[in-house]
Design a protein around this ligand. Structure first.
Ligand SMILES: [Fe+2]
Ligand SMILES: [Fe+2]
Length: 295
């Protein structure tokens, strides 16, 4: 049977191939001249173009039909845990989607960059696709998605306070790293073919989201006052502490499906630490919570 899947990667050239094509194309890659922008508009425009060229259509990109058999035959306890984890993941992605819609105009205004507006619109669209995809996966697992209100405090800590734009962007660095690490471990645990494909697709988007943050955060950190830095640092600590304590209750269930909680937290924290180091702050700029083993 012929595969009906669209082959967008074959029809859309890479950004560098586009640049090499002609002066017209090179011109198109250039951002609008904007002296008041607080970020590197050239890089963000490229990222916007990359984001638009990497869009994918979930119903055909993921083999939802073909993976059904494995889900029907799955051990019920394993299925129960996968549903629980995916409901948490669904809540976090949905929260991320709502927060980006709300924070985007504030961030664009603060960064004074049209390129950030183009790019963040795409990122919002990516998050909408993630919510849709996890919802579809949960339905295949036999459970409708449920928004877990208990987790809502994450978004309050992450986008509130006097430095809300900065706070949101730095919090996103943690949440994107946490999501990426979770997806990598979930994929490596090979729960079922649909889950593996979903993780693979989502990881491409999440790594682009991290790329954006790695581009804008050093400039934001440079401009932040001592008080602003302390505020961001405290807020990051509370988010990581909350993650550490909530995840503690999921240790055994994680082990049952092959996801080690300690590895998840250690990898996520390490990636955040490495990012801050690249931004030019010392290793002890951030406070990290201890990873406890007891409930
Ligand atoms: Fe996402
Ligand atoms: Fe994301």
């Amino acid at each position: 049977m012929m595969d009906q899947r669209p082959t967008t990667s074959e029809t859309i050239p890479t950004i560098s191939a586009l640049a090499a094509q002609s002066p017209t194309m090179r011109e198109m890659l250039e951002p609008q001249g904007n002296a008041s922008s607080k970020i590197n508009d050239k890089r963000i425009r490229r990222l916007y173009l990359q984001a638009t060229s990497q869009q994918w259509f979930a119903p055909t990109r993921i083999h939802f039909d073909e993976g059904s058999v494995n889900l029907e035959q799955m051990d019920p306890e394993k299925k129960r845990i996968l549903i629980k984890f995916n409901r948490i993941f669904y809540t976090l992605e949905k929260m991320g989607l709502t927060t980006i819609q709300f924070m985007m105009p504030k961030a664009v205004n603060k960064l004074k960059s049209q390129e950030a507006e183009l790019y963040l619109s795409c990122q919002g669209f990516d998050e909408a696709r993630h919510v849709f995809t996890i919802e579809a996966y949960l339905r295949k697992l036999g459970a409708p998605p449920v928004y877990d209100r208990k987790l809502h405090k994450f978004s309050q800590i992450a986008s509130g306070g006097p430095y809300r734009v900065e706070n949101w962007l730095f919090s996103t660095l943690f949440s994107e790293n946490f999501a990426s690490t979770f997806l990598r471990l979930y994929k490596a645990a090979e729960p079922d073919p649909i889950g593996v494909e979903m993780c693979r697709q989502l990881l491409v988007d999440e790594s682009r989201h991290l790329h954006f943050l790695h581009n804008v955060l050093p400039d934001i950190l440079d401009r932040l006052s001592i008080f602003g830095r302390t505020y961001v640092k405290a807020s990051q600590y509370f988010i990581m502490k909350l993650t550490e304590s909530i995840s503690r209750t999921l240790t055994e269930e994680g082990a049952y499906v092959g996801i080690d909680r300690r590895t998840l937290l250690e990898e996520a924290f390490e990636n955040v630490e490495r990012a801050y180091e690249k931004f030019g702050v010392t290793r002890d700029f951030l406070w990290f919570p201890n990873i406890k083993t007891q409930h």
